[in-house]
Design a protein around this ligand. Structure first.
Ligand code: GRF
Length: 208
């Protein structure tokens, strides 16, 4: 069994999708070994506790620099012998050392179709506001490996949903989550844990 850590900062609906998938037997060779939150009052911690997943809190405020914060997180991940790190609504960008130590072993879910609507400044509802303002008719979500370029690592999977004329950012966010993120992320974790993701340069091959 590979040990999976989920890094969160907020509500944790993607964490819940992972917990549900695990309980349904859909993450076959992986165990949710740790939920690490950047905030002591993230609702994601409640979800983890209800599912019996160990939790830790690591608050950026307690560290002077991004490097020290990243080192503290790396220390905790080593303590739990983590094989795969999943960023699920984690609000901080970690230092390049993190990407190096966990190269092709850190996944993120981004609520748009990369390479559109991504990069610095594209997070949370802002992404959906910009999608609506741009007039595009299709958006979606992307699961990708994390490298030192924000939202720039190899893409694992993508899903699409329509943008409707009367959408608000909140309505669109919910559609992207329910129809894309909550499905794609557990599937990607399952594939990783079964050794079915192979990174070749900037592309990911899904092995049969
Ligand atoms: C999701 O939209 C995810 O794509 C983004 O942050 C949000 C997290 O939501 N990276 P939740 O905490 O999983 O509910």
């Amino acid at each position: 069994m590979l040990k999976v850590a989920v890094l969160v900062s907020g509500g944790g609906s993607n964490l819940q999708a992972l917990i549900d998938a695990k309980q349904a037997g859909n993450i076959k060779n992986g165990e949710l070994a740790l939920v690490l939150s950047s905030s002591a009052d993230a609702y994601a911690l409640e979800r983890a506790k209800n599912a019996g997943v160990p939790t830790r809190v690591c608050s950026k405020k307690e560290y002077r620099t991004r490097e020290e914060f990243t080192d503290a997180i790396l220390g905790i991940l080593k303590e739990y012998k983590i094989d795969l790190v999943v960023l699920a609504g984690f609000m901080y960008i970690l230092s390049p050392k993190f990407c190096e130590e966990y190269e092709n072993r850190v996944m993120n879910v981004h609520p748009a179709l990369i390479p559109s609507f991504c990069g610095d400044g594209f997070y949370g509802l802002k992404v959906h506001e910009k999608v609506i303002a741009s007039g595009v008719k299709i958006t979606g979500a992307t699961v990708h490996f994390v490298n030192s370029i924000t939202d720039g690592g190899p893409i694992i999977s993508q899903g699409a949903v329509p943008v409707r004329f009367d959408d608000t950012p909140e309505i669109l966010q919910k559609r992207v989550m329910a129809e894309c993120e909550w499905k794609l992320l557990p599937q990607a974790v399952d594939l990783f844990c079964q050794g079915k993701l192979r990174v070749v340069g900037s592309r990911v091959e899904i092995l049969e």
